[in-house]
Design a protein. Structure first.
Lengths: 347, 409
């Protein structure tokens, strides 16, 4: 049976088989067609969000808990807006990292949220693998809003959707042949990891650029080319994605000083010349203006996609919440059979 | 009450060399009196081994907890207790208490904390602790970063005749790492450090031990480069020995996929090439000791995100069967397995055990090296079931255990 939301293109397996996962813990769990499925599902929400009447009642009666164990403004807001536009009741739980970091408390919190019968839980946590740990303990879909230095899947999805729109590609398209340069603190970046996984799955040519202290070991095993030299990494790039560098990492531990970082890795208008003439600029935010990216670049009227990324973020998160709650909403074709509990199965 | 003499008949005796030989073993006054082609004497208690292997009880050098049920399950009759207790074994009274804590059916040999509070700065009262029963000195879980402190420690221990048991990881490089740098740690986003952190520490400590004329034992050497350094030091005639736990010859960092905290160990699991190098080093004699590193940890320490979990595994029960996999694979023979598990650690601790020969303490394990069983984390004898070998089929099980000529299980 076809779901009302299922594009009847024949591009994807029927019903729940199009996305047979209970949780979204990472891009690493997804096949190429599952990534594309979420991107295509998001297109309708992009359209809706551009109307003045932005609200649906698809998820009315459902409770979504945003459990953020790490500070966040934009991601939390984006998930909250996404849930509300779908008609769900959205509750935000702000747990200070210090008080809920240790011991059983994390599991206990998960059990508590579970007992409150949430229909989906969105989690951000400072430790890699924490979201998966919680997913093993709860009965509802879990969405990873960033776990440590591991994954931030919705960011990678919104970035892919942003690129697809910027390139003028229709629904169903992948990013085959697109040259994407990701520059910054690759070592500590979950955004980089998720983007590498999704962009390589979609056929893009991914280069990563960082100083040695911020480059993870054997990153080439993820199918990317690694550069220390930003100019070389930019050559021929269609998209330049800059990552935020934490202030505390610029004071001698990893980088001698902010201005030295800018000297080698700041995206200035001059440096941008090395990329393709019409190359797009992206940044997951929040930006350190004048350090990793110059304002003239960040605010470029046609080439900067930074605000477009934020816009796509809401649509992607709506798509993820809507798709993952289909089983709970008994959408035809999305019964629980075929839904694999990824966390449980792999544990 | 003095126990009756005991004769174990019908067994196959594991001797210092060669395959197990059929024979009997007679114990008197807690020690081995005779063995080989002998008959029980009138009045002896008789234990019929029914063709099973008769081997020395295991001497487990470097455990973090005294866990008698697990040790007895695993055939361990003596355990070298790491100083990383709460509070640390840095005071003679604590050492004396620990040395008595397992008797009579388990002998605990405390390793004295090298420095006060294991902080790596001030030497602890090593001579007093030696005379209170410490059989060696240890830096504990950590590395002594200050080379000056380490040199003074090694000189002092050389004078006292105590082996220094070291943890070899350059702490400046490892920092807060929980995994070995490589593609697995990169994919999982885990803080990681290059495997060379171990070789750096081993290189420095060998140089300092040579300077001091001290005897040094690296509790775990897990990388090809560090093993090469140990191999070279031995070739030069230095008093250097090395140990390892089964995790580092059985598993590689691929086990971390899925953030399995039972695989969070210190040092962390290495890449596959290093795992193979450990096996080669066991085969060629570079590695002298296989120990369990027994460190039972409950859910409060392990049911956490990977990087927040405590390191360590409950290894006492699986020490023997996992070492026997090396025998089955033809890496070593049975005699060498028990040199690694009993004779060599006993020699390092300076205790008259670990070998089946007259005059030694009658610590004897009766075992079936081929009996299959399945490791089950939920049903361990240990205080906690944190084993990375959960659900793994293994072979080799202790059927009976004797400590000082008395049957204890």
């Amino acid at each position: 049976m076809q779901s009302p939301n299922h594009p009847s293109t024949g591009r994807y397996p029927a019903g729940g088989l199009a996305f047979p996962h209970r949780d979204l813990t990472g891009i690493g769990q997804l096949a190429r067609h599952e990534i594309l499925y979420l991107l295509d599902e998001a297109e309708q929400w992009v359209a809706l969000n551009r109307q003045s009447q932005k609200k649906t009642d698809l998820l009315s009666g459902l409770t979504i808990i945003n459990a953020f164990f790490e500070n966040s403004t934009r991601t939390l807001l984006s998930f909250e807006i996404a849930g509300k536009r779908l008609g769900a009741d959205v509750v935000n739980m702000h747990a200070a990292t210090s008080s809920v970091k240790k011991g059983e408390t994390l599991i206990d919190t998960a059990m508590t949220l579970n007992a409150m019968r949430a229909d989906a839980i969105v989690i951000r946590h400072a430790s890699s693998g924490a979201v998966r740990l919680i997913a093993e303990k709860v009965d509802c879909p879990v969405l990873n809003a960033g776990d440590g230095q591991h994954e931030h899947p919705t960011q990678a999805l919104l970035d892919a959707l942003t690129m697809r729109h910027a390139m003028g590609l229709p629904a169903g398209s992948d990013l085959n042949g697109l040259k994407v340069t990701i520059c910054g603190d690759i070592l500590h970046s979950r955004v980089a990891r998720s983007n590498i996984l999704s962009l390589t799955a979609l056929g893009a040519d991914v280069r990563v650029c960082a100083p040695p202290a911020l480059m993870p070991a054997e990153i080439e095993a993820m199918g990317v080319t690694a550069f220390f030299d930003f100019d070389a990494a930019l050559k021929g790039a269609n998209v330049v994605m800059m990552l935020r560098l934490q202030q505390e990492r610029m004071s001698g531990q990893f980088i001698p000083s902010p201005r030295e970082y800018r000297h080698l890795y700041g995206l200035t208008p001059e440096r941008l010349e090395r990329a393709e003439p019409d190359a797009f600029i992206m940044h997951p935010g929040p930006m350190n203006r004048g350090i990793e990216i110059d304002s003239t670049v960040a605010d470029h009227p046609t080439r900067s996609l930074i605000t477009r990324q934020v816009e796509m973020g809401v649509a992607i998160r709506m798509a993820c919440l809507e798709v993952l709650t289909r089983r709970a909403r008994r959408v035809p074709g999305w019964n629980s059979e075929g839904a694999s509990d990824d966390a449980g199965a792999a544990a | 009450m003095i126990a009756r003499p005991l004769t174990i008949t019908g067994g196959r005796l594991v001797l210092a060399e060669g395959a197990p030989v059929p024979g009997a073993l007679r114990c008197e006054g807690g020690r081995i009196a005779a063995l080989g082609d002998i008959a029980p004497q009138p009045g002896d208690e008789i234990f019929d081994a029914k063709g099973a292997v008769v081997a020395p009880g295991l001497v487990d050098l470097g455990v973090f907890a005294i866990d008698k049920p697990a040790f007895h399950f695993g055939g361990i009759t003596r355990a070298g207790l790491m100083p990383d207790q709460s509070p640390p074994l840095d005071h003679p009274a604590r050492v004396r208490f620990a040395a008595q804590s397992g008797k009579p059916d388990l002998w605990v040999h405390p390793l004295a904390a090298a420095t006060r509070g294991l902080e790596g700065t001030e030497l602890a009262e090593l001579a007093l602790m030696r005379d209170a029963g410490a059989r060696a000195v240890s830096t504990g879980r950590g590395w002594i970063a200050d080379s000056g402190v380490m040199l003074r420690l090694l000189r002092y221990c050389a004078m006292l005749g105590l082996v220094v048991v070291c943890h070899a990881e350059d702490a400046g490089i490892t920092g807060n790492a929980v995994a070995t740098a490589g593609d697995v740690a990169t994919r999982l986003g885990l803080p990681s450090a290059p495997a060379e952190a171990e070789a750096l520490a081993v290189a420095r400590d060998i140089a300092l031990a040579e300077l001091a004329g001290a005897q040094i034992h690296f509790r775990q050497v897990t990388t090809a480069r560090a093993l090469d350094l140990v191999r070279g030091a031995k070739a030069r005639g230095l008093k250097v020995t090395a140990g390892v736990t089964p995790a580092h010859f059985m598993l590689s960092d691929l086990e971390l996929v899925g953030f399995r905290t039972f695989c969070r160990l210190s040092p962390p699991l290495r890449q596959e090439a290093d795992r193979k190098a450990v096996i080669a080093a066991i085969a060629d004699g570079t590695i002298d000791v296989i120990s369990s590193g027994h460190d039972p940890r409950g859910p409060e320490d392990k049911r956490l995100p990977f990087a927040d979990a405590e390191p360590g595994m409950a290894g006492a029960e699986t020490l023997l069967p996992l070492t026997l996999t090396l025998v089955r694979d033809g890496v070593i023979d049975m005699a060498r397995a028990f040199a690694l598990l009993a004779a060599n650690p006993a020699r390092l601790l300076g205790v008259a055990a670990g070998v089946l020969e007259p005059g030694r303490e009658a610590d004897v394990a009766i075992l079936d090296p081929a009996r299959p069983w399945i490791v089950n984390s939920a049903k361990m004898a240990a205080a906690a079931g944190n084993t990375p070998f959960d659900r793994r089929p293994v072979e080799g099980r202790v059927l009976a255990l004797f400590k000082g000529g008395k049957q204890i299980s």
